[in-house]
Ligand binder design. Structure first.
Ligand code: NCD
Length: 321
């Protein structure tokens, strides 16, 4: 949305959702509360007319299963229509249409635009053009704010708090936008500590470390599993982001440096540690872990994506305060 203040600070109606930097802790709590309020609609397959008459454009320039489908489910559960552009090659983009022109088109057909794009900063560019809310569904190596919100809801459901948490984040912290947004979100709350386990070449950038440590979080970088803390509240595993590598051999070397296995769990996890992953996983979690009751990546974490996106759509379209 043009000429709009960046920070939400209670004013969701008409806001873009581009980065966790826009959120106060009260804003985050509002989204989580709204998601919990709307959850029973999906759970009982009850249609709602909260967004009746509204149309949401889903503009995805990168592959997606969960984010695309959960935004679709969220919109439809609340009675909105959608314009789903998933296979961008079948749109005018294939003829060379610019992002700016595509955004202008979508804005004339819909009330909000959800965009995923390979370039960092692309969601901001779209928001600068559009006069309707733009929601960032992942901008290259940048951010994935709606994923961070569903991750927080999942953590809160299990740990019963968002403060004084100990978490582990593993994988491609350099390129992984889900980790960037989640670190920002956790750094807004008091007393959280994160152990960052990644190959040296994929460690969190200095920029992200500086931003986070200027807030309330304590970051501890580690390079081997032996340095994992015991009994953390959550482990957040991620995939090495193949598409961000110039050299595929380098990717092959690093992709399975850290694998989540039952043996690792037995050694370092606690009874209440939950195992999270934004998915897709490509070998970094042993499928034997799936049946562990502490593994939430194929269950509650994924479902929370729909509730959070229902909440965000209702909030930015001004249907819930
Ligand atoms: C992630 C993404 O696209 O950033 N997936 C998702 O939205 N759940 C994670 C990834 O691709 O590794």
């Amino acid at each position: 949305m043009q000429n709009k203040t960046l920070v939400i600070s209670g004013k969701f109606n008409g806001s873009d959702i581009l980065s966790i930097d826009q959120f106060t802790t009260a804003d985050i709590r509002n989204v989580l509360r709204t998601a919990k309020k709307l959850k029973p609609l999906r759970e009982s397959s009850k249609s709602s007319q909260i967004l009746s008459g509204h149309i949401i454009s889903l503009l995805f320039y990168e592959p997606s299963t969960r984010t695309f489908s959960s935004f679709t489910a969220a919109a439809q559960q609340l009675g909105a229509g959608i314009i789903p552009i998933h296979d961008i090659q079948s749109s005018s983009v294939a003829k060379g249409e610019t992002l700016a022109d595509t955004i202008s088109v979508m804005e004339s057909y819909s009330d909000a635009i959800v965009i995923r794009h390979p370039d960092e900063g692309s969601a901001q560019i779209a928001a600068d053009i559009a006069h309707i809310p733009v929601i960032n569904a992942g901008d290259g190596k940048g951010e994935h704010p709606t994923q961070a919100l569903l991750d927080l809801l999942t953590i809160e459901e299990h740990a019963k708090r968002l403060t004084n948490l100990t978490g582990v984040m593993t994988g491609d912290l350099l390129n992984g936008r889900t980790t960037h947004s989640l670190i920002k979100a956790l750094s807004l709350f008091e007393g959280n500590t994160l152990y960052l386990l990644s190959p040296k070449k994929l460690r969190l950038s200095e920029k992200h470390i500086a931003t986070a440590t200027s807030k309330k979080i304590k970051l501890i970088e580690i390079e081997k599993v032996e340095d994992l803390p015991h009994n953390a509240d959550f482990w957040y595993w991620t995939r090495v982001q193949k598409e961000r590598f110039e050299d595929v051999k380098e990717y092959e070397k690093l992709k399975h440096k850290f694998i989540l296995t039952p043996a690792l769990i037995r050694k370092y996890a606690g009874k209440k540690t939950i195992f999270m992953h934004p998915l897709p996983r490509v070998g970094e979690i042993d499928t034997l872990v799936d049946s562990d009751s502490r593994a939430v990546y194929l269950s509650s974490q994924m479902k929370n994506g729909v509730y959070i996106r229902m909440a965000l759509l209702a909030l930015v379209l001004g249907k819930i305060a």
